[in-house]
Design a protein around this ligand. Structure first.
Ligand SMILES: Cc1ncc(COP(=O)(O)O)c(C=O)c1O
Length: 562
């Protein structure tokens, strides 16, 4: 549950779904993922089925178990009660019986159309504030497999926090995107970064085009291009800006963007800033995407019916709230069939997927040249900061001149650049060791183990079997706060997420598995999750817990094999 404007954008994006989705619930969100997956199955006629099957070289297993009806009803009731109390509290605040700490209209502006008062503000004031202690917890160490948290206390029911002076030591970190465990303050990456700081300093104080073009940046770009298997690449100081500033450099008026409904806020912002027309398709649903592509070709632009100047499909490798993996083989087939371009954001999948850690393209064994624009960030698997764009040389050369984040932003800090170079070389085995391969294998093993155990315990977990992002469904608003707090009591740091980052009834805990987690750490975390699951009655799954991936009507298993 993030309260910033970025998540509002995400929410703005998710609201698009209501328009397109015939089955949207009362709140406008798709609740029954199982249903939409079944639709997708129905869509495959036998001839197509064999065609699609040949696109996948290994089983593709994703599960989105349907929300049990009683749980859905109780969740809505929970929000209903909170809303009634919220209005009551607002009434008391209006009459000055209670102090309001949040941004409100000033007295002299009371005749204006309200600037702040929208649903999200009501939600923040009356719902989020009750459980705000679960977010923005200060960390006092490297965000590795274990971390130290600063203890806080609130004198006024979460409106403000004070540090108690105590530190919670060695909390098992199940929330950072430290997939390969490179978020470290010792070892070769940390040593190389500190040496680099001694030589180059921390900041660059200029843009790439002026005096901010270091030899280190060029070295990293060459290495990234080799890592991705593309002709050329460019790196940027910030992952978010890589999306939000490069999409507008490529797309504009008269262009069409086809965007997955669960795309990250940075992609949504980039698409909106570009001025192109945006159409949103159902998450990872090829039927929905193909319909939009076909319509785009048949009807062209609205009113004039001129052909679209260009069509760009925007997707992510791993979707960070759902733990799902993009159906890349089918998307590539569609983009070729309809002659559209493809922009792939690998923020979560680069380093975390594929036998060589080279992302979703590697995972499916595809040709990187089939993706027109490869984007990714260094903030997750590389334990650093920044983002990249990879692709054909012409594309990258064009962006060097036209992207706002290339021309106007200060370039990447030297120790960050070095951290990425060292960790990438380690993944590629170019450091002369097998440590990178071992981390990849460990991440994959940990992911399988963690997902399997949670499934056996009876939790509803979303996503792909191979995804290290593991969402565990909590649903009810009271359980969001309770889960985070109970886990912390057991010395486990978790991330809990709710509206507006998820549909309102699909609150969840989102675990990120890391190669740095030992089996003992995972077992400690799993035991705590199970205990809290019993305490809060979170074991909602009605799937066969010990059988193979769901064969009942609540699961979705699609196995494509040559
Ligand atoms: C899919 C996706 N793209 C882009 C970003 C932005 O990257 P950064 O946090 O490195 O700025 C994120 C951040 O989590 C993301 O999940």
């Amino acid at each position: 549950m993030t309260q910033n404007s970025a998540s509002k954008l995400l929410n703005g994006d998710t609201l698009h779904r209501a328009k397109q989705d015939k089955k949207a619930g009362g709140n406008g969100f798709v609740k029954n993922h199982c249903l939409f997956q079944q639709q997708q199955k129905r869509y495959r006629r036998p001839a197509e089925k064999s065609h699609h099957a040949s696109l996948y070289k290994k089983p593709f297993v994703e599960s989105f178990e349907e929300t049990p009806l009683l749980v859905a009803v109780l969740t809505y009731m929970g929000y209903g009660i909170l809303t009634i109390f919220g209005y009551l509290r607002d009434f008391l605040r209006d009459w000055k019986f209670e102090k309001c700490h949040l941004a409100r209209e000033r007295e002299e502006q009371k005749d204006f159309v309200p600037l702040y008062q929208d649903f999200e503000n009501f939600y923040t004031r009356n719902l989020y504030m009750r459980i705000r202690d679960n977010w923005n917890r200060p960390i006092r160490s490297v965000p590795g497999a274990k971390m130290d948290l600063v203890e806080r206390a609130t004198p006024d029911y979460n409106w403000t926090f004070e540090h108690t002076g105590k530190v919670l030591k060695d909390v098992i970190n199940m929330g950072s995107y430290n997939y390969l465990g490179f978020a470290e303050n010792t070892g070769t990456c940390a040593d190389a970064a500190s040496e680099c700081t001694v030589k180059y300093g921390m900041g660059v104080c200029s843009t790439r085009q002026e005096l901010g073009n270091l030899d280190k940046h060029e070295e990293l770009e060459k290495l990234t291009a080799r890592f991705l298997g593309v002709e050329s690449s460019m790196v940027f100081g910030m992952g978010f800006a890589t999306n939000s500033m490069n999409i507008p450099a490529l797309m504009g008026k008269g262009c069409l963007i086809l965007s997955d409904e669960l795309n990250h806020a940075s992609l949504v912002l980039g698409a909106r800033l570009s001025g192109a027309t945006i159409r949103v398709y159902k998450h990872n649903n090829m039927q929905s995407l193909e319909k939009l592509l076909r319509d785009a070709l048949i009807h062209g632009q609205p009113r004039t019916h001129r052909p679209w100047k260009k069509i760009l499909i925007l997707v992510e490798g791993i979707y960070s709230m759902e733990g799902s993996i993009v159906r890349l083989p089918e998307i590539i087939a569609l983009k070729k069939k309809y002659k559209a371009y493809l922009y792939l954001d690998e923020a979560h999948s680069i380093g975390a997927l594929g036998p060589r850690g080279r992302g979703v393209v590697d995972y499916f064994g595809l040709d990187p040249c089939d993706v027109d624009i490869m984007m990714g960030t260094f903030t997750k698997s590389f334990g650093a900061a920044g983002g990249y764009i990879g692709g054909k040389k012409e594309l990258v050369d064009y962006l060097r001149l036209h992207s706002h984040s290339a021309v106007y932003a200060t370039s990447m800090s030297p120790p960050i650049t070095q951290q990425i170079i060292t960790s990438m070389k380690c993944i590629m085995g170019e450091d002369g060791t097998t440590l990178g391969q071992e981390r990849l294998r460990q991440l994959s093993e940990n992911t399988t183990y963690f997902r399997k155990r949670l499934h056996e315990m009876g939790f509803i977990i979303y996503g792909n079997n191979d995804s290290p992002v593991v969402p565990l469904m909590l649903y009810m608003p009271a359980k969001i706060g309770a889960f985070g707090r109970e886990m912390l009591k057991r010395n486990i740091g978790t991330v809990v997420v709710g509206f507006p980052a998820t549909p309102i009834i699909e609150s969840r805990a989102r675990f990120c598995v890391s190669a740095a987690h030992t089996r003992e750490m995972l077992d400690t975390a799993l035991n705590a999750i199970s205990e809290v699951g019993d305490l809060l009655q979170l074991k909602y799954s009605r799937k066969n817990r010990h059988g193979s991936e769901g064969t009942d009507c609540f699961s979705f298993l699609e196995s494509h094999q040559d």
